[in-house]
Design a protein around this ligand. Structure first.
Ligand code: SAM
Length: 371
């Protein structure tokens, strides 16, 4: 039987996972809340737990609520549109505890800030995930183009997010999601029919000589499921705990969502933006030669971008900026390559010249020519 995560104090890897959830939501929330084309915001935590660990550390639902206040309550005082939090937990005992914990959190916040009734709506549900996710009422919300949705899926193991659920998540409009997955277990039990029933392990190239790449390979598997004609962005972050690898998979159909998530990941791992475990073996934090600017990942992607510009596979900045995001790097890397090639008189640029590398959905387009 799986150990109940809320019964003990969260360990360091759980704290890292929760921190990434929180930081990701911190980036996401103001963007969706202030988007003029979004009429309502829904935040789903489908595997919410009971709210805290045994030491009183916040679990994901309280982290989400806390972040949603904003600095000096800038967000909740000025909500403008309806904002709903929906927390689901399948165990009745834990769902009841979560209800009490969130009520306490909201009441304490109302008293501390003398603001009367909280602007936000918090609903606790006690359902099995798939019943809840495929509940027609919830599907209507999730499929509504006018609503912004953030979906957190902190499953135990790997069995809840199968191919169908993943593709359904990918198909949702104005929705970003992040899920947790036990990658080492998929690798260890890859031949078991019970594993294959959820994940097509035949399509995953596990590299036994590099066990620390296990979650990267799981990320590549999910990436391979996305239809070729769909503009979609997926990133993974690998978390080592003991000798096991777990990880997060984040999905968005907007470049800004990807920029924001990559920012969170590169702040946690300045060498590769994808791991708490030196995934490319390119640094020893204890040594004198700890130089984040010498990142194997960035150098590899820099080289790929340069080659693709010089072979004209990258014909313009928009293509190049998105390509860089897809490689898991911040778009500024593309701009650095363009500047260097231009300085060395290898390429020219035409059109609306700019070096915009953030909010790239607003970047004007320029073309690239080979000199
Ligand atoms: C990893 S824990 C989530 C912890 C939570 N994010 C936190 O920070 O405290 C997974 C939770 O999902 C619940 N759970 C397991 N299977 C579920 C299912 N099929 N549907 C909904 N909840 C489920 C478990 O009881 C457990 O509380």
């Amino acid at each position: 039987m799986t150990k109940d995560i809320n019964k003990e104090a969260f360990d360091d890897s759980t704290k890292l996972k929760l921190e990434i959830f929180g930081n990701c939501f911190r980036e996401w929330f103001p963007v969706f809340k202030n988007n003029l084309f979004i009429k309502k915001v829904f935040v789903y935590d489908f595997f919410a737990g009971s709210g805290m660990d045994s030491a009183g550390n916040f679990g994901s639902p309280l982290i989400l609520l806390n972040e949603s206040k904003g600095k000096n309550r800038a967000y909740c005082q000025n909500a403008k549109i309806p904002i709903s939090f929906i927390f689901n937990e399948s165990k009745k005992r834990k769902a009841d505890k979560l209800k009490a914990t969130t009520q306490q959190f909201v009441s304490a916040c109302e008293i501390e800030n003398c603001c009367g009734k909280c602007e936000y709506t918090v609903t606790i549900r006690n359902q099995d995930f798939k019943n809840d996710f495929y509940n027609p009422e919830i599907q209507n919300i999730l499929r509504n183009e006018n609503y912004g949705k953030f979906i957190l899926l902190d499953q135990y193991g790997f069995k809840e997010i199968n191919k169908k659920v993943f593709l359904d998540l990918v198909s949702l409009p104005k929705t970003d999601f992040i899920f947790f997955i036990s990658s080492s277990f998929i690798k260890r039990f890859k031949e078991e029919p019970t594993t294959k029933a959820y994940i097509d392990t035949g399509k995953i190239n596990f590299d036994d000589s590099n066990p620390n790449e296990c979650h990267r390979q799981i990320g590549n598997y999910f990436r391979s499921l996305i239809p070729n004609d769909k503009e979609y962005y997926l990133h993974h972050f690998s978390i080592k705990k003991g000798s096991n690898y777990y990880g997060l998979i984040f999905g968005t159909n907007h470049t800004l969502g990807m920029e924001k998530f990559l920012k969170v990941c590169w702040a946690k791992d300045e060498f590769s933006g994808e791991s708490n475990d030196n995934i490319n073996n390119d640094h020893d934090p204890e040594s004198l030669f700890y130089k984040p600017e010498k990142s194997i990942k960035r150098e590899e992607v820099r080289k790929l971008i340069e080659d693709k510009i010089l072979t004209q596979e990258i014909p313009n900045n928009l293509f190049g900026l998105k390509y860089t995001l897809r490689q898991g790097c911040m778009p500024v890397l593309f701009t650095e390559v363009v500047k260097k090639l231009e300085k060395n008189k290898k390429i020219g640029r035409y059109g609306y010249l700019n070096f915009r590398s953030t909010n790239i959905h607003k970047a004007p387009e320029y073309g690239l020519t080979i000199l």
